[in-house]
Design a protein around this ligand. Structure first.
Ligand code: GLN
Length: 198
């Protein structure tokens, strides 16, 4: 199994290390052609304005949209969530740059600013598990579409969500010991491999 990490900016090596620890081959993605032959993809955290600008320079957004619409499993974390969200409510700085979209949520890109600019917060998973998430200038998910499943909450707030094969989190799962989102991405990737083979 080969999982790509968008490697233009952000927490690239941390995601790579986490994926490698789960036994998958990691491929760094910097160009549209590098999206071929992937079974899954991580869009890391970092800074969405920089990420969107760098994506535009190499014309990556149309290819990302196409592969994700085709069913490529994807995990977007923090800035990666901002790239996937259908609506960004404080998106003035992103104007003029294409994002990927496709995840019916509305986010505020710096919604966890201020005192929560950087914090490890307790999480409750829909499957009953508990854990914690590392939030760094994190986007807040303010609204989720009816077709979106909430995977984890902090208090009442959705902080990890799923729609089909699109997974996204406000926090940085690669910075805590909880491997469940990366494992879920690998499960979806394995299912897609079976589907394509079958
Ligand atoms: N708020 C940042 C943004 O807009 C995301 C921060 C992060 O990825 N740690 O991109």
């Amino acid at each position: 199994m080969r999982i790509g990490v968008l490697a233009l900016q952000g927490a690239v090596s941390e995601h790579g290390d986490r994926l490698a620890s789960l036994g998958v081959e990691v491929a760094l993605v910097r160009r549209p052609a590098q999206l071929a032959d992937l079974d899954g993809l991580v869009l890391p955290g970092g800074e969405s304005t920089t990420m969107a600008r760098l994506c535009a320079q190499v014309d990556l957004v149309p290819a990302l949209r196409e592969r994700i619409a085709d069913g490529l499993p994807v995990l977007g974390t923090c800035a990666g969530l901002v790239m996937l969200a259908d609506e960004v409510r404080d998106g003035a700085a992103l104007q003029g740059f294409d994002r990927i979209g496709g995840l019916p949520v509305s986010v505020r890109r710096n919604g966890f600013g201020g005192q929560l600019a950087s914090a490890e917060l307790p999480l409750h998973w829909a499957d009953g598990g508990a854990g914690s998430g590392v939030f760094i200038r994190a986007p807040r998910i303010e609204e989720v579409g009816p077709e979106v499943e909430v995977l984890a909450r902090w208090g009442d707030e959705a902080v990890a969500v799923r729609r089909d094969r699109i997974l996204a989190a406000s926090f940085h799962p690669e910075l805590s010991s909880d491997t469940r989102l990366h494992e879920l991405l690998c499960e979806l990737a394995a299912e897609s491999m079976d589907r394509l083979a079958g």
